[in-house]
Design a protein around this ligand. Structure first.
Ligand code: B12
Length: 497
């Protein structure tokens, strides 16, 4: 009987090691694809005649007389950069493998909750699905968590130093693809700049004991030197991966006994509400040259021009609020749209944000707004997480629309939020996180507010890739927003437009 194994290429070394050292596996068939090329080479060495290579999984036929056979497909690591691509890629390949297998193992974690409920979404498949899990039975967060040994170990490390780049053989091999190609950074200097912006300091080498340790260390040293990080090492584990594979084999045995089709269940549809046209279109017809040029400067990320044009506008006695409304807000809407359409990537987004603030800070100093503006917002990324691009975008849009924002930054300890709520008495507390392990910090911040008797004083909004309305309600927050426009819409509805 057949275990269909669908895995990300970042785990190729771990998978190859696991398959090669399991004596129960009679045959491993690898479907040839770009990402699989290297693993095939190392598997050939490890598996010898137990390895078979096919061009297409459609050609696969199980070999008679073999009790455990593996049909493996590897997907490229670059899918991680785009939520829809990753979800669709995994779903599509799982469906193909389902046809040829008895049990499916997904060599993936929640990956920022992109694969949360994937079993439900694939409920119509014949095969039961197994994914690597923490000891408590929850799905593992991601490949880093998998080799570290669980969410607790991940949190321990990010709380020690949030600005950590985790290194496994897979991450080390693919860092250039991920950081240069997929993030669309033109060169290493831009990657260095992205890391610097996020305050990265440490590279943590996770040694699982497989592969060539000296080679991994040498590569890690090169990486650390390139980006000016210090290196630490920690012991990793393959236990979680192996446990999942044992579970898949267990299910194979059960199936062998039962042999019967899995009842088809309804596929749960994605219910993400797409925001409609939000920004007023009429406001975008720029007659004034300064507005037009300022918009252009922000869109192309020309920091100097943005500052110069803001000053020029003030010198021509144009109201700073009008300059913001006509020269900056439409620009950020364009940037956001370009990002959604994949015309822009992170470096461009960061540059446009900087150009925005260059102009906005000049204008802000001349604005006659009440000290609280339309409302006071305390905003930050939760403890343990340094992903801050999304939070910055939310802040920009709120500030540009007259809200006063106190930016707490990233990796912010819970006590700091509580202290600031007490001191500043904001109308809103907006919390962001991009990683599933640090969703716990979000929950704890809400608990802290309740414990300190501060919960009723402030409306709490939450957001970031893995967050959902369900989670928002579970932790007792008031609002969840999928993007900066929703955040603004909510804040406006609370304060009354
Ligand atoms: C860019 C990025 C990075 C950059 C971060 C640069 C920076 N300054 O932020 C770099 C390359 C440095 C990086 C590092 C790492 N990353 Co990273 N990264 C990403 C990536 C590709 C995009 C995130 C992003 O900026 N998106 C663009 C912004 C505009 O979107 P956004 O953040 O979602 O924000 C919008 C909404 O969510 C919402 N929103 C956000 N906050 C809030 C708040 C409120 C209140 C509201 C209402 C709305 C709201 O509005 C925003 C604007 O529209 C994601 C994958 C993905 N597609 O999300 C992975 C991802 C987050 N990273 C991931 C990982 C694993 C890592 C590393 C651990 C890798 C490693 N080997 O070390 C490290 C992190 C270490 C650490 N300690 O934090 C995983 C996390 C998995 C998990 N465990 O949950 C992800 C999900 C990739 C994946 N699919 O596996 N990363």
């Amino acid at each position: 009987m057949v275990i269909g194994l669908l895995t990300c290429e970042v785990l190729e070394n771990e998978m190859a090691h696991m398959l090669a050292h399991d004596p129960e596996i009679g045959k491993v068939t690898f479907v040839e694809s770009d990402p699989a090329a290297d693993s095939i080479a190392s598997l050939k060495e490890l598996l010898g005649s137990r390895l078979r290579i096919l061009k297409d999984s459609a050609e696969f036929l199980p070999e008679p007389g073999i009790s455990v056979e593996v049909l493996a497909v590897m997907l490229r690591v670059g899918l991680h950069m785009d939520k829809t691509m990753l979800r669709d890629g995994v779903k599509e390949q799982a469906r193909i493998l389902d046809d040829k297998s008895d049990v499916l193992m997904l060599g993936y974690g929640l990956c920022g909750n992109v694969l949360l409920d994937i079993e439900k979404q694939l409920a119509d498949l014949r095969c039961p699905i197994v994914m690597p899990q923490n000891e408590d039975g929850s799905t593992i967060d991601d490949c880093v968590c998998l080799v570290l040994g669980g969410t607790d170990k991940y949190l321990e490390q990010v709380h020690r130093e949030a600005g950590t780049w985790f290194v496994t053989p897979g991450w080390m091999k693919h860092w250039e693809t991920l950081l240069v190609k997929e993030l669309h950074c033109p060169d290493i200097a831009t990657v260095r700049w992205v890391f610097k912006k996020a305050d990265y300091k440490r590279v943590l080498m996770v040694d699982t004991g497989i592969g060539d340790r000296a080679e991994l260390r040498a590569e890690t040293e090169k990486f650390a030197e390139t980006f000016g990080f210090y290196i630490e090492e920690t012991r990793g584990t393959l236990n979680i991966l192996e446990r999942a594979f044992q579970q898949a084999k267990g299910l194979l045995n059960e199936k062998r006994k039962e042999r019967g089709d899995v009842e088809a269940r309804e596929i749960e549809t994605e219910a993400r509400q797409q925001d409609k046209q939000f920004y007023a279109e009429g406001g975008n017809t720029m007659s004034d040259k300064i507005f037009e040029e300022l918009n252009h400067a922000v869109v192309v990320g020309d920091i100097d021009a943005a500052g110069r044009l803001a000053r020029q506008g003030l010198a021509e006695n144009i109201d700073p609020l009008t300059i913001t409304e006509k020269g900056l807000i439409p620009a950020m809407a364009i940037v956001s749209e370009k990002y959604d359409k994949k015309e822009y990537y992170l470096p461009q987004m960061l540059l446009s944000s900087e150009a925005f603030y260059e102009a906005f800070n000049i204008l802000k100093s001349k604005m006659k707004v009440e000290s609280k503006g339309r409302g006071k917002v305390l905003i930050g990324v939760v403890e343990g997480d340094v992903h801050d691009i999304g939070k910055n975008l939310v802040r920009i849009v709120l500030e540009a629309n007259g809200f006063v924002c106190i930016d707490m930054g990233r990796d912010v300890p819970i006590e700091d939020y509580l202290q600031k709520v007490l001191e500043e008495k904001p109308d809103f507390l907006m919390l962001s996180t991009l990683m599933t392990p640090t969703m716990l910090s979000m929950k704890r911040t809400l608990e802290g507010l309740v414990e300190e008797g501060l919960r009723d004083q402030v409306k709490v909004g939450v957001g970031g890739g893995p967050i959902s309305w369900e989670f928002c309600k579970k932790i007792g927050a008031d609002f969840y927003g999928d993007n900066e426009k929703e955040a603004l819409k909510w804040a406006e509805s609370v304060v009354g437009k």
